[in-house]
Write a protein that binds this ligand. Structure first.
Ligand SMILES: Cc1ncc(COP(=O)(O)O)c(C=O)c1O
Length: 386
């Protein structure tokens, strides 16, 4: 096949006139840090999820830091999380002084296996962090039932889940805590950013204090007309606020969410059609329960050759790729600090998974090109098998 001249990346955020107009208007307003646009952005998520509270942040990682701190999780505590997640979650658990306890996944969907939860619960377990992997929801009914029976806090990792619904309920809408990410790779972006949704008044107070130095009023309330610039601090906090410039971008992106996710679904359908029956390749499975998939990632499994060689061949074809994720229980510091655990399905999947390009501005021709390249690469693989 003829190699394309330009590089097709794993992802490219879709930034158009709506975003440019929104950010420009923010710049012209002269108010650029946390202010009215952050509030509007938070309201969009309250409305989307049905959660009572939404706290915008500089990243989802910051959100995990704040939530673990606000819940008082630290030394002597255990937090259950899948190993197949972004390392930021495990880093935050480890940095809190708590111990990450890893869950196995379903090999086909890469979502957590709820059957694996109870065996991991001990008297030290404080929380469980299900990940809505690649935009498909985790099995929330079972997770919530188990968590409630054992009095565990549920923190949904909704980084992939803007537009994800489980049995009609949007991620963040289960009355628990959920954390979204707006990194440029995500379904909507603020450049960098995150947001926590939840329903708890006490938690809300703590999160807002911890988000901003421990000061009750952010800059908008201190320096706006009639504001009070004084403050006192009872407990020190971090500086994890989102800015209005970022929120302007986020609000514009949010207005295009349905369009983005519709296109993502179309691209996935084209992939499924174009890659049907390719020997040595497994396509992602979908959970059997009713759900809306946000199609954040399209993660295939390469069976017919070493993943590294496959990646080289994709590069030769000018195609980008991603790895979601290197298994966290196999990271060096995790093994050194927390010991070796065996997670058979995670390990079986982890060495084969690879994310193919998926973003709303991909053309049908781009998808066809990737499919043809994958067919060609795996067609030439020795010892290919289905
Ligand atoms: C599953 C998951 N959790 C958490 C994060 C952290 O998000 P952020 O980059 O906004 O801190 C990511 C982002 O890559 C992610 O994919």
């Amino acid at each position: 096949m003829k190699i394309r001249e330009d590089f097709l990346p794993l992802n490219r955020p879709s930034i158009g006139e709506t975003e440019i107009a929104g950010v420009t208007a923010c710049l012209r307003s002269q108010w650029i840090t946390t202010g009215p646009l952050c509030k509007t952005f938070e309201e969009r998520f309250q409305h989307l999820t049905g959660a009572r509270h939404a706290v915008s942040l500089s990243s989802a990682t910051a959100g995990m830091h704040l939530v673990l701190t606000a819940l008082g999780i630290g030394p002597g505590d255990e937090v259950i999380t899948p190993s197949l997640t972004f390392a930021s979650t495990v880093n935050m658990i480890a940095l809190s002084g708590a111990r990450p306890v890893f869950l196995d996944i379903h090999y086909d969907t890469l979502n957590i296996n709820a059957d694996d939860i109870e065996a991991r619960i001990t008297p030290r377990t404080k929380a469980i962090i299900p990940v809505h992997f690649a935009g498909a929801p985790a099995e929330m009914d079972r997770i919530l039932e188990i968590a409630d029976r054992h009095r565990l806090t549920v923190i949904e990792d909704a980084a992939h889940a803007v537009g994800t619904r489980y049995r009609g309920i949007h991620a963040g809408g289960f009355g628990r805590i959920a954390i979204f990410s707006f990194h440029p790779l995500k379904n909507i972006t603020t450049g960098e950013g995150g947001l926590i949704t939840h329903n708890d008044e006490q938690l809300e107070k703590k999160l807002r204090l911890l988000r901003f130095h421990g000061i009750e009023r952010d800059a908008w309330k201190r320096y706006g007309k009639g504001g009070n610039p004084e403050y006192d601090i009872e407990t020190p906090g971090w500086k994890y606020n989102l800015t209005d410039i970022q929120a302007a971008l986020g609000i514009a992106q949010f207005s295009r969410l349905a369009e983005f996710n519709r296109r993502r679904a179309e691209i996935v359908a084209l992939y499924r059609e174009g890659l049907k029956g390719v020997t040595g390749l497994e396509l992602p499975g979908n959970p059997a329960y009713p759900h809306d998939h946000a199609h954040h990632l399209f993660v295939v499994k390469i069976l017919a050759m070493e993943r590294e060689r496959f990646m080289e061949k994709l590069s030769d074809h000018n195609i980008g790729y991603g790895l979601h994720f290197p298994a966290c229980h196999l990271l060096k510091y995790v093994k050194d600090r927390f010991g070796i655990v065996k997670l058979p399905e995670t390990e079986r999947a982890a060495e084969k998974i690879l994310s193919l390009p998926l973003f709303p501005d991909m053309t049908d021709g781009d998808v066809a090109y990737v499919c043809a390249a994958v067919r060609e690469i795996l067609g030439g693989a020795e010892g290919g098998r289905n």
